[in-house]
Design a protein around this ligand. Sequence first.
Ligand code: MN
Length: 266
Amino acid sequence: MKTMAGSTQLAGMVSGIAAGAIRVVDLTETLRPEYPTIKLPPQFGQASPFVKRQISRYDEAGPAWYWNNFTMSEHTGTHFDAPVHWITGRDVANGSVDTIDPRRFIAPACVIDCAREVAADADFILSKELLLRWESAHGRIPAGSWVFLRSDWRKVAPPDNYTNTDENGAHSPGPDAEAVQWMIRERDVLGFGTECVGTDAGQAFRFELQYPCHHLMHGAGRYGLQCMTHLDRLPPTGAVIIAAPLKIEDGSGSPLRVLALVPADY
Ligand code: MN
């Protein structure tokens, strides 16, 4: 009977997608050489941008086939952060992309619309109070959910300065330590996602606890999603996210395709 129910539900999902009752929204940026990567202070190692090199394109090197080699860092483009990415998560069980339980790659999302706040202040900080206010309008954040900060970032950052960096560092939104701790302890979230280059605010290196989202989320075995796009196409609740990183041995993260299944009646 259990199997019957499962096949009925899966068939319903597939027919729902085919009929348009469930929309598939792509939250992924296109991997291309110009796509910006995070830049660390010069004393640290740097992430490689996306570089594509053609092997053949119906020519002497391959008369009937087209294919490329590519290189990039684990944290280039729209990408997943695993617990081992941060020192606090280095001993987390199943903390690298190849060892995470694949059931965790499919999860609901709560989308916190901060677009207006970020338009007014690129250094906007997501607080516990704001999350509680969101819950009073949309209901309690379910355990095992992604929490996404919608910023409409592409409309905020200058096209040639995605990290929105000036002489004082990067300016982009993120949660404070109290909000992160609350999401983990009180709501048992799966992780935190953003349209910006990092899950932490651009100025988070100045916080009393530096980079609280990386520090606390990964230390608690939770995940991150960065450089997403089109979060404005998601409802506050009800979307299901499919975000499965590449199975890189002992990988700290990976570029990936992030898809959202969204009820069309939203
Ligand atoms: Mn990352």
